[in-house]
Ligand binder design. Structure first.
Ligand SMILES: Nc1ncnc2c1ncn2[C@@H]1O[C@H](COP(=O)(O)OP(=O)(O)OP(=O)(O)O)[C@@H](O)[C@H]1O
Ligand SMILES: [Mg+2]
Length: 439
């Protein structure tokens, strides 16, 4: 049996909304929380139509009411092409990096750039490789390569090319021989070995070679390449430029700099060049999402900086989550505010509240989790767990599930019984009971 690690939110597959943005009961693993899901749906469509950047959504509600789950569902609805950068408020406290720098970097990583490029390439199976030698004009000895003639074959036909000696060197370096399928970029001369042609496939069971089919179409063709990077990638690449001929390394020379650190100046340069590409129609900006969970952990300096980040022209969407009610803003001694977030930031947020769960809803979530974790529940177990959940918390009843299943396995049973749950209930306390016991 293949066992895999099960994450706390692995049953959540999206917000579970229909085409009109209305909640479909229990779809995509999400139970209840209708208002919050629909609100998040609106935000998702605003993000998709690029009308929400520079704004913030605040998810507020009691612990275990699905705020983190909602944020994950938002990222799933947006799909993998939209950058989604999750972090926890406390991540800003590092001994090496400034708090504001952590936030700034996160914001840069959440701005995607889609670069479209048309490349002229030659592609095909190498059928001929003939270097021509010439007398070396510099010394009387030895010979140099003056040019190289190669032939490339595709399904459609064969083409002979006369190429520069530097390409011959690249071919040697890639250890390309007749029978390999290769890929040569016309404007840079970059050579790539795609694999060995299918025609040479042998019948070994185990081998390191990759066989590829003969390319279709003409040998000489135009290819449309799309690459997704983020502003953060470009900052880093420009801070540590490396050689190479692919698009990433070309992009990494946008800015001529010998720096090895991402500075504010470098970022501005990168922004300027990217803007130029956008104006030329080569690149497109895809604003993503920064998700800051437990946002009350940020302090007043971070909050002020967040305000500034939100107002910058290339700002991503910001999703915040907190389970605090009215509390002291961290880093101050006297500013008390709702959710521990200063009023000026709150003022920029759309606030969505998560509700606590009814007994039926807890039962549904427990059932979902049991399925995901591959557990079967005996008579009355679901009832008992959902009663515990409604009385104490959803998390507590989810938490009981796994230890109870271990107890059941120890006793050689396939399903969890009421006794297992009872025993676990005695062994493990919920937060309230534990606090009472200490008092
Ligand atoms: N409506 C729901 N449908 C399905 N599963 C849910 C729902 N709400 C919460 N859960 C699950 O319950 C658990 C707790 O929820 P989650 O971690 O999202 O709470 P939270 O609001 O972020 O709490 P905290 O404030 O403590 O961070 C998770 O495993 C989550 O997937
Ligand atoms: Mg959470």
């Amino acid at each position: 049996m293949r066992s895999s690690r099960i994450a706390p939110h692995s049953h959540i597959r999206g917000l579970g909304l229909d085409a009109n943005g209305l909640v479909v009961a229990d779809m995509a693993g999400f139970v209840g929380q209708d208002m919050a899901r629909e609100a998040c749906g609106v935000v998702v469509s605003l993000i998709k139509s690029r009308r929400f950047s520079g704004r913030a959504l605040l998810l507020a509600g009691a612990p275990g009411t699905g705020k983190t789950a909602l944020a994950l569902a938002i990222s799933q609805e947006l799909g993998p092409k939209v950058p989604f950068c999750p972090m926890v408020g406390s991540e800003v406290y590092s001994a090496e990096v400034k708090k504001t720098e952590v936030l700034a970097e996160m914001f840069r990583r959440a701005i995607g750039i889609r670069i479209k490029e048309t490349k002229e390439v030659y592609e095909g199976e190498l059928t001929e490789l003939t270097p021509s030698e010439a007398e070396n004009p510099l010394s009387g000895y030895g010979k140099t390569i003056s040019h190289v003639v190669i032939a490339l074959k595709t399904v459609k036909g064969t083409k002979q090319l006369r190429l520069d000696p530097s390409i011959y060197e690249a071919i040697m370096k890639e250890k390309i021989v007749v029978g390999d399928v290769v890929y040569i970029e016309a404007n840079t001369g970059a050579v790539k070995r795609v694999g060995r042609s299918d025609a040479y496939a042998s019948s070994f069971d185990l081998e390191s070679e990759t066989y590829v089919p003969l390319p279709k179409g003409d040998v000489h063709k135009r290819k449309e390449l799309v690459q997704d990077v983020t502003l953060g990638d470009l900052d880093n690449a420009n801070a540590r430029p490396q050689g190479g001929q692919d698009i990433m390394s070309v992009m990494s020379h946008l800015v001529k700099s010998q720096r090895t650190e991402v500075t504010e100046k470098l970022r501005r340069e990168v922004d300027r060049v990217v803007k130029g590409y956008v104006d030329q129609g080569v690149a497109e900006i895809v604003p993503g999402v920064v998700f800051i969970d437990e946002v009350h952990m940020l302090d007043i300096e971070c909050f002020t900086y967040l305000n500034i980040l939100l107002e910058s022209p290339m700002a991503p969407t910001v999703v915040l989550a907190t389970n605090r009610g009215t509390s002291l803003v961290r880093g101050t001694t006297d500013i008390v505010s709702a959710h521990g977030v200063p009023v000026d930031l709150l003022d920029r947020c759309l606030i969505v509240k998560t509700e606590s769960y009814t007994r039926e809803q807890v039962a549904k979530v427990v059932e979902l989790r049991a399925t995901v974790e591959g557990l079967s529940l005996g008579d009355g177990v679901l009832d008992r767990l959902s009663a515990e959940g409604a009385r104490r918390s959803l998390r507590y009843s989810l938490q009981l599930l796994t230890p109870a299943s271990i107890l059941a396995t120890l006793q050689g049973r396939k399903h969890i019984t009421l006794e297992d749950v009872g025993e676990m209930n005695e062994l493990f306390l919920d937060a309230k009971a534990s606090a009472e016991a200490m008092a």
